[in-house]
Design a protein around this ligand. Structure first.
Ligand SMILES: Nc1ncnc2c1ncn2[C@@H]1O[C@H](COP(=O)(O)OP(=O)(O)OP(=O)(O)O)[C@@H](O)[C@H]1O
Length: 624
């Protein structure tokens, strides 16, 4: 089973039982556009219920009238009436179903669209914490649960309550004492239902969370299939999956048994009252206090309560699942998109931007972590200048770059473009001015053309061709359908280097004011890398660029280098100067060891006498 997390992610699962219906109620505005349709379907439902209730009353008239008097003509009349009532009921049920299917599906689609749009607004830090399987299960299965509740649960809750009330009133009118007895049977039903609702809410939350965890496992396995196969970890992953599905199975069985126990208890109540009514009713007929027709009507009406009571368990279960689904959906909708446009934010036209990028005392810490990753960063990238950010693994290079398109916001200090604090610019405008290419590029399962023009949907064929040439990505024309070729999920049908080149072409195509390149050439062979670099040189001349580089050849593209050590910039200057004057930089770029190696201990045992310890597979490991 996937472990629960407590970092503000999806597994902060302590909400169960506090206000079970609050979040369901908060979704009511989705009903508003369909209020008229719902009104009609409730009306049709109530009318159909009324027609159903009328049938026993007609039966009473038949028994006490034509049957008692042996009046065949009267019998035909009442039978015709009963038939008409039955037809009207069938027609109303058809209308209700017709209306309900379209409105509930429309509501489901509206909520789904909003959740998806919200997911796009949420910052990168949200997606860092939430497993995608949890999001997937919320946007698919939880919404289906809600739809089922809106189309069946809610409707039958209202119809069954209405049936119960009307029937009880009619029963009291037919025989006050027996009618009140039936009315009183609502008390144990209420207690059973309340207890069931509480337990079932907890069980459905566990079930729906577990479904999300299992979806995450499936998604991880699909994405990491190559790694899994390469390491032969299939059986271990299968074990994790089986444990997850077993947990799902166990919770499902618990839920099923809870529902079965409750249904049995709920069933017992109307059957017991029916038994009492039959005995007492027959005695009343014998005493002449009740006619045979009235008894037939009483029993028929009482039988009409069996289904509402029997279905009560299912309706509560459906309601609780919907409440849980609403909780889970609201958890996503309630996550605030921390990075949004300020009310005073302005848009900068591309032609008005020179591209002076300045970090002023920038500090950044990831949410939920104690230590800042970047501290007091001061760096200016002049218009048209290229700065390479160089640093050891984990020193904060990617984090630094991610602040430029505001994938994350600075904690302290500020980042400016031509003197404008980035937080004073409209996000859409900023992201048109800044283009980014990552080391691990994401391509979408759409055509190569659509992937390339993601940031410039209006780009013409010549511009796309130029961008592809610059990124040495002309191979795209040789794909089976050229640029119309649809890429597999995440572009995995291409090699790593091909993906990187397409992503680079995509970034360049935007003609940004600031180009941010997070080691985007790492997967290229030396010849392709050299070709891309020589082409990039020309492009970088016209724009401000910040690039993460590890290899001296890529660093060669930069006018200056900023050395990032432990989240601080410790040196800035031309590559040759840093190489000559900064030992830390030299160490990073050359094979030179960080400091003089410790002298070999003369007394140390020869290698053949070094301690040997067994590894987990039983083979010896030499500790050096
Ligand atoms: N989403 C995140 N949440 C919490 N910590 C993170 C997150 N992303 C990165 N970090 C931490 O921030 C630090 C800097 O990471 P970053 O990816 O910026 O380093 P880097 O210099 O780009 O490394 P590399 O050269 O290996 O790509 C690391 O210690 C990393 O563990």
């Amino acid at each position: 089973m996937v472990a629960a997390r407590s970092d503000g992610g999806p597994a902060d699962r302590g909400e169960v039982g506090r206000h079970p219906l609050r979040n369901l109620w908060r979704l009511r505005h989705y009903l508003r556009p369909h209020a008229a349709q719902f009104g009609w379907l409730m009306l049709a439902g109530l009318a159909a219920t009324g027609a159903g209730i009328a049938v026993p009353l007609v039966a009473q008239q038949v028994v006490d009238g034509p049957v008692a008097r042996r009046d065949l003509a009267g019998l035909y009349q009442l039978a015709g009436l009963a038939l008409l009532v039955g037809l009207v009921e069938a027609l109303l049920i058809f209308i209700r179903r017709w209306v309900q299917s379209s409105s509930s599906v429309a509501m489901e689609a509206a909520i789904r669209d909003d959740v998806y749009a919200h997911l796009q607004r949420l910052p990168a830090s949200f997606h860092d914490r939430w497993p995608s399987g949890q999001l997937l299960s919320r946007i698919t299965s939880d919404l289906s649960v809600l739809r089922r509740f809106l189309s069946f649960g809610l409707l039958f809750l209202v119809l069954n309550l209405a049936t119960y009330l009307v029937v009880v009133v009619l029963l009291i009118r037919l025989h006050p004492v027996l009618g009140l007895l039936v009315a009183a049977s609502a008390a144990p039903l209420f207690l059973i239902a309340r207890r069931f609702g509480r337990h079932y809410h907890t069980a459905s939350r566990r079930m729906q969370d577990q479904q999300g965890d299992v979806a995450t496992l499936v998604e991880e396995t699909a994405q990491g299939l190559r790694t899994m196969k390469a390491y032969g970890r299939g059986p271990q992953l299968t074990d994790r999956f089986v444990a997850g599905t077993r947990a799902l199975h166990d919770i499902g069985v618990d839920k099923g048994r809870l529902l079965a126990r409750t249904s049995a208890r709920l069933d017992l109540v109307p059957n017991l009252t029916l038994g009492i009514v039959l005995v007492a009713g027959t005695a009343a007929v014998a005493d002449g206090r009740l006619t045979v027709g009235q008894l037939v009507a009483f029993v028929s009406l009482q039988l009409m309560l069996i289904w509402p009571v029997q279905s009560l368990g299912w309706i509560i279960a459906n309601g609780q699942e919907a409440a849980t689904a609403a909780d889970r959906i609201q958890e996503v909708l309630d996550s605030s998109p921390a990075i949004v446009d300020a009310s005073h934010a302005v848009a900068l036209p591309r032609c008005a931007v020179r591209g002076r990028l300045r970090f002023e005392g920038v500090t950044f810490r990831y949410p939920g972590t104690a230590e800042p990753v970047l501290r007091g960063i001061d760096l200016t990238v002049e218009p048209g200048e290229t700065i390479a950010v160089v640093g050891a693994t984990g020193s904060g290079k990617s984090t630094l770059l991610s602040l430029v398109p505001r994938l994350h916001d600075v904690g302290a200090g500020r980042l400016t473009l031509d003197g404008h604090d980035l937080r004073d610019l409209r996000l859409a405008s900023l992201r048109r001015l800044v283009a980014m290419a990552f080391e691990e590029p994401t391509l979408f399962s759409m055509s190569v053309w659509e992937n390339l023009t993601l940031g410039r949907p209006d780009a013409g064929e010549d511009e796309v061709r130029a961008a592809l040439e610059l990124a040495r990505a002309e191979f795209a024309y040789d794909l089976p359908w050229g640029l119309r070729t649809r890429l597999g999920e995440q572009g995995l049908s291409l090699s790593g280097g091909q993906r990187q080149r397409l992503a680079l072409a995509r970034a360049v195509l935007v003609r940004p004011a600031v180009l941010v390149l997070d080691d985007p050439l790492s997967a290229l062979d030396v010849h392709t890398e050299a070709a891309v670099e020589s082409a990039l040189k020309g492009v970088l001349r016209d724009m401000t660029a910040l690039l993460v580089a590890h290899r001296p050849s890529t660093i060669g593209l930069a006018d200056r280098v900023a050395l990032l050590e432990g989240g601080r910039i410790t040196a800035v200057g031309p590559h040759a100067e840093l190489l000559a004057t900064v030992p830390g930089y030299r160490t990073l770029l050359t094979a030179e060891p960080p400091s003089a190696p410790p002298p070999r201990t003369p007394a140390g045992p020869p290698s053949s006498e070094r301690p040997v310890e067994p590894a987990s597979d039983g083979c010896p490991l030499v500790r050096s």
